[in-house]
Design a protein around this ligand. Structure first.
Ligand code: FES
Length: 217
């Protein structure tokens, strides 16, 4: 049986299972920590760092979605340092990615007083044609934040199809099929799980996409 430990989150005494993550302990105590790459049904890839928290005595900010709690830890989820980190991440996302289909991220931009425009106007943005190569869903990589959820859903966490991976390096990194083949030529079984877990509309039901195009939604 897992033992229970005591810690402090945002000044509030919290009891949590010893093997809980900081995110789980905070959620159980009614404290919200923002996430992006984390999904409750997927292995956390811990790539976005939006969930970072400040842990007294630890040098670096800790990703709450994968960091295990410890007895007597003192954790801050909204310290100035945490807010600055989240604000900068959000600004960098907004300067490069189309967040028009990501209302939660846009709300966070306001909540964290993020100003992407401070990076100037001459910015390099992700610009790709929407890929329409099958009857079921479209891929709009201009909206992709590389959260990795679709890759996890296509892999061992859900479908075991392994149709999605990534290609490129640095700014050119992109979710992709192997050799960037059209989706019908991959191992994709069109289960739709990747579309279901995408947080930004980069993967979208084709009918929804066409309806939006037709109505200029
Ligand atoms: S939600 Fe924790 S690193 Fe992305």
């Amino acid at each position: 049986m897992t033992s229970t430990i005591s810690l402090t989150i945002d000044g509030q005494p919290v009891e949590a299972p010893a093997d809980a993550t900081v995110l789980q302990a905070a959620e159980a105590a009614g404290i919200t920590i923002p996430t992006l790459c984390h999904h409750p049904n997927l292995t956390p890839p811990a790539v976005c760092r939006l969930c970072v928290v400040e842990w007294e005595g630890r040098r670096t900010l800790q990703p709450a979605c994968v960091t295990q709690v410890a007895a007597d830890a003192v954790i801050h989820t909204r310290s100035p340092r945490v807010d600055l980190a989240r604000r900068t991440i959000l600004e960098m996302l907004a300067t490069t990615v189309d967040l028009s289909d990501a209302p939660e991220l846009r709300a966070m931009l306001a909540e964290y007083d993020a100003h992407p425009e401070r990076f100037g106007e001459d910015l390099t943005r992700r610009e790709h044609e929407v890929i329409i190569d099958n009857s079921f869903f479209v891929r709009d990589y201009d909206k992709c934040v590389l959260c990795w959820r679709c890759v996890e859903a296509c892999g061992t966490d859900m479908e075991h199809a392994f149709a999605l991976g990534f290609s490129g390096r640095g700014f050119e990194t992109s979710i992709a099929t192997f050799f960037e083949n059209p989706m019908p030529e991959t191992t994709c079984v069109f289960c739709g799980n990747c579309v279901g877990v995408c947080p930004t509309g980069a993967l979208k039901d084709r009918r929804v996409f066409e309806l939006e195009m037709a109505t200029d939604y």
